[in-house]
Design a protein around this ligand. Structure first.
Ligand code: ADP
Ligand code: F6P
Length: 322
């Protein structure tokens, strides 16, 4: 294998650049040219490919986002779009592909594998929703950002005897919400997997008030069935909650920022493993962290279902919010 391509796709996550760098530098080690595809599958369909040299990936290890940029593309979801993508890759003499992204991007990677192109996926998503790997690139950095935000909010909340509703990301998965609620000392957490009703949230905040707490925090995952602003309006009408209510939607600040030490190491190891797996003749596989080892698992297995949250975390959150 003499020429491969690497791309980032779907939602960006901190550490994607470290993974790109690792793919390119490992390519140099083995005499494999690495082309960067810009803007995910959109760039693939447009034939937007450029050779990545060592210098081009220099100074990006600590940078959030992705130097290759990312995109969402509906055409690539169609069989015709996928064949067009393969044609563009063939035109450039690309013999293998590394796709760094979330479950949607991995589905695209699997489609190309089924068309005969050697493809390796790398899990990159802050949500920690990709199954078969302990974690994905960006999860740790996003958690650190959320926990730091919760700490800051608690400072102002306790100064005013206020309760805050904090919405965190996670379209289908409450991992960021449950873990940040434990690490940020929240009173209650509501996730798509274990949704708390508005009434239950009100009761929990009212309990904290009666117990004499100077603040209370409810962490709400973006993917729950009600709108955060509807919850806030509900809580404001409940006079027995005691606290003055405020809301913060953390939004996309959770996705940006410099990757943590953990994510830099994870992304570096995953990028190296992706190139090595391609060279070893693997395809249709995703790089996965399994305990301490970097392994590969079939993409088909990784995308079959959303990664489940360890149920013990809910118990931990409940006990520690007393
Ligand atoms: P993420 O990779 O973060 O989950 P998306 O779900 O938006 O983000 O997927 C990113 C891109 O991957 C989509 O815009 C599309 O181009 C491609 N993709 C998603 N699902 C499929 C699919 N079932 N088949 C082929 N390509 C897909
Ligand atoms: O997939 C990661 C994620 O951060 C989700 O939690 C969130 O719903 C989504 O991306 C938002 O992405 P965008 O604003 O790019 O559509």
């Amino acid at each position: 294998m003499k020429r491969i391509a690497v791309m980032t796709s779907g939602g960006d996550s901190p550490g994607m650049n470290a993974a790109i760098r690792a793919v390119v530098r490992t390519g140099l080690e083995y005499g494999v040219e690495v082309y960067g595809i810009r803007q995910g599958y959109s760039g693939m369909l447009a034939g937007d490919f450029n050779l990545l040299t060592s210098v081009e990936v220099s100074g990006i290890l600590q940078r959030g986002g992705t130097i290759l940029q990312t995109a969402r593309n509906d055409e690539f979801k169609t069989p015709a779009g996928q064949k067009k993508g393969l044609r563009r890759l063939n035109e450039q003499g690309i013999e293998g592909l590394v796709v760094i992204g979330g479950d949607g991007s991995l589905r695209g990677a699997l489609a190309l594998h089924k068309l005969g192109l050697p493809v390796i996926g790398v899990p990159g998503s802050i949500d920690n929703d990709i199954d078969g790997t302990n974690t994905s690139i960006g999860v740790d950095s996003a958690l650190n950002t959320i926990v730091e935000s919760l700490d800051r909010i608690r400072d102002t909340a306790s100064s005013h005897t206020r309760a805050f509703v904090i919405e965190v990301m996670g379209r289908n998965c409450g991992y960021l919400a449950i873990i940040s609620s434990i690490l940020g000392g929240a009173e209650i957490v509501s996730t798509p997997e274990r949704e708390m009703s508005m009434e239950e949230i009100a009761t929990s905040l009212a309990d904290a008030y009666v117990r004499g707490k100077s603040h209370a925090i409810a962490v709400i995952a973006e993917g729950v069935s009600y709108e955060t602003n509807d919850l806030v309006n509900f809580l404001k009408q409940k006079t027995d909650v005691g606290f003055d209510i405020r809301v913060t939607i953390l939004g996309h600040l959770q996705r940006g920022g410099s990757p943590s030490a953990f994510d830099r190491l994870l992304a570096t190891r995953m990028g190296v493993k992706a190139l090595e797996s391609l060279r070893a003749g693997e395809s249709g596989m995703m790089v996965a962290l399994n305990d301490r080892d970097m392994t590969t698992i079939p993409i088909e297995q990784a995308i079959k279902k959303t990664k489940e949250i360890n149920p013990s975390y809910y118990e931990l959150a409940r006990i520690l919010s007393r």
